[in-house]
Design a protein around this ligand. Structure first.
Ligand SMILES: C[S@@+](CC[C@H](N)C(=O)[O-])C[C@H]1O[C@@H](n2cnc3c(N)ncnc32)[C@H](O)[C@@H]1O
Length: 209
């Protein structure tokens, strides 16, 4: 199986901004995790909604059915959980509250799992769900420029004017493998449809129109 890098509450500093944003919206909410990998991102979003007491849902899509099968199972190794334990990320209190532990495995509890719908979905091809916040993180660089442009347009269309697009660090920065120098990059079409927010460089807001 293909190995991917993902984390619980990845980039901890962005989550409080998302929480603040969602807490101010007075409607049933949908969070989309596009390129959700093994599920850590959508389950983190579901834990966030649960803790906010918001009757929201998470739609999680990925191209890779094997990764989706792991995500649906919602079962993680002790190493996965302990590597992510951090008071700004997955806290010991959250692990106790939202996971069951047995035989060295942590399983996401039903109240969190039932907030998340997993489905196969190709970014830039399949229509994304209508949502309030779109996590499309650490996947843009794997797409060609034409697909990036189409994806930016599609995400813009699926978000309301007050929606948020969350990017990953790897979507805006790359490291030269030889010189190890960091270089800024930008997905094609991103700035045509979105503007960087004042809150955080990885949070982008839809442009009007
Ligand atoms: C590095 S992981 C990122 C996981 C998570 N978003 C995060 O930031 O922690 C990239 C994920 O994007 C998925 N992916 C790559 N190309 C895709 C495409 N064209 N459509 C949908 N998913 C794709 C991969 O299968 C993988 O699960």
């Amino acid at each position: 199986m293909r190995r991917i890098v993902t984390e619980w509450f990845r980039v901890p500093r962005v989550w409080p901004h998302v929480e603040k944003h969602l807490a101010g919206l007075d409607r049933p909410l949908v969070v989309w995790s596009g390129g959700c990998g093994t599920g850590e991102e959508p389950y983190s979003a579901a834990i966030m909604l649960e803790e906010l007491g918001i009757p929201g849902r998470v739609v999680a899509t990925d191209l890779d059915e094997q990764l989706l099968a792991i995500a649906r199972q919602g079962e993680y190794s002790r190493r996965n959980i302990t590597l992510n334990l951090d008071e700004r990320r997955l806290t010991t209190q959250q692990v106790g509250q939202y996971f069951d532990y047995a035989d060295g495995r942590y399983t996401v509890r039903a109240e969190i799992r039932q907030r998340v719908d997993f489905a196969v979905g190709a970014l830039g091809t399949d229509q994304p769900p209508q949502c309030d916040v779109a996590f499309v993180r650490n996947v843009w660089r794997h797409l060609g420029a034409a697909v990036q442009r189409r994806l930016a347009a599609q995400v813009h269309e699926c978000l309301p004017a007050d929606g948020l697009l969350l990017l990953g660090g790897g979507d805006l920065m790359t490291q030269d493998p030889i010189t190890l120098e960091l270089k800024e990059i930008e997905p094609a079409g991103l700035s045509q449809y979105f503007a960087e927010s004042r809150e955080h460089e990885l949070i982008w807001r839809p442009r009007e129109g």
